[in-house]
Design a protein around this ligand. Structure first.
Ligand code: SF4
Ligand code: SF4
Length: 306
């Protein structure tokens, strides 16, 4: 069932949720859109957050000898592309990483469906901003907030007005995808070439900062190490030289190999092992790359001509 809420209704919805959860929202602070605690719907910004919300589930750094705690959090204002990243990560780490799992099971995400494509975004290549999997999904058109909930959260919508148009999400999805078109993936998992010159070209200007991995809502790799305060895990990056360094040496000492690995993981290995590309088209890795390396080039490159 899809409901049609006013702004005042959204406030009531948020207050209902706040009875059970600590509520966080995307909020403008010092020129950036960040997630922080909110007490009113009026604080929520519908702009894409400056950073992906993945640290609600995977902390940048934490002690893994401590038992993960179940904290009930609701996060409102997540964009669909970022939320889809969690569904993709679930395929690999849900029920394997206990920290991720306990947070995933105790966090309610309320995603906003975009009405315009963000600069550089290519979510239409992966289905567009209307998701099939969500907790509570919101589409804001004019004065109306169209809201649908997974059966686990339907109780929060009891008492609100059912929308007269129950196809509003389907229609929006078709219209959005038609308006913006898509970059065809064209079986990228089969087209990419191991010996492509693209990897060495990228390596000529990549500065190995790791920002593309840190900003990505689908990158979940971690490093584990000991220090004086305990055994830690922290975000890692397959682009960094130390990522594959072992006592026996480094299996990917060349930057071009590490760049290729990143794209092969996203567009070939994950697709073959999980049935999905490990990318949502959010463009965060491009936005944050200091030398403008664009993952879309990997998709559009003509490997047959090499
Ligand atoms: S566009 Fe880049 S940051 Fe976004 S999901 Fe794909 S690889 Fe990750
Ligand atoms: S963000 Fe750009 S420069 Fe930094 S590691 Fe990724 S591709 Fe290289």
């Amino acid at each position: 069932m899809i409901y049609e809420l006013t702004e005042e209704d959204m406030e009531r919805l948020l207050q209902k949720i706040a009875e059970e959860y600590d509520v966080f929202g995307s909020k403008e602070e010092l020129g950036e859109v960040v997630f922080s605690k909110i007490s009113s719907f009026s604080e929520v910004s519908e702009k894409k957050s400056s950073y992906s919300p993945k640290d609600f589930l995977i902390k940048r750094s934490e002690n893994i000898l401590e038992i993960p705690r179940a904290e009930k959090k609701a996060v409102i204002g997540v964009k669909s592309c970022d939320l889809r990243g969690f569904y993709l990560m679930d395929l690999q780490i849900l029920n394997k990483d206990p920290f991720y799992t306990v947070r995933r099971q105790n966090t309610l995400f309320i995603n906003f469906v975009c009405t315009e494509m963000c600069p550089g975004g290519f979510c239409t290549s992966f289905g567009g901003p209307v998701l099939d999997d969500y907790d509570i999904q919101v589409l804001h058109i004019g004065q109306s907030y169209f809201v649908e909930a997974d059966p686990r959260y339907e109780r929060y919508l009891a008492g609100f007005r059912p929308a007269s148009d129950q196809d509003v999400f389907v229609k929006h999805s078709k219209e959005f995808n038609r308006k913006y078109g898509k970059i065809e993936l064209n079986g990228i998992e089969k087209r990419m070439k191991w010996s492509s010159k693209l990897w060495t070209e990228f390596a000529n200007y990549c500065i190995s900062c790791g920002a593309c991995n840190y900003s990505c809502p689908t990158c979940y790799c971690i490093d584990v190490y000991d220090d004086e305060t305990g055994r830690k895990k922290e975000w890692d990056s397959c682009i960094l030289e130390g990522f594959t360094k072992t006592a026996a040496g480094n299996v990917r000492p060349d930057l071009s190999d590490r760049l290729r690995q990143r794209f092969y993981h996203k567009f070939k290995y994950y697709k073959l092992s999980k049935g999905e590309y490990l990318c949502t088209g959010c463009n965060r890795c491009v936005d944050d790359c200091p030398v403008d390396i664009d993952i879309k080039e990997v998709i559009t490159h003509d490997y047959d001509k090499e």
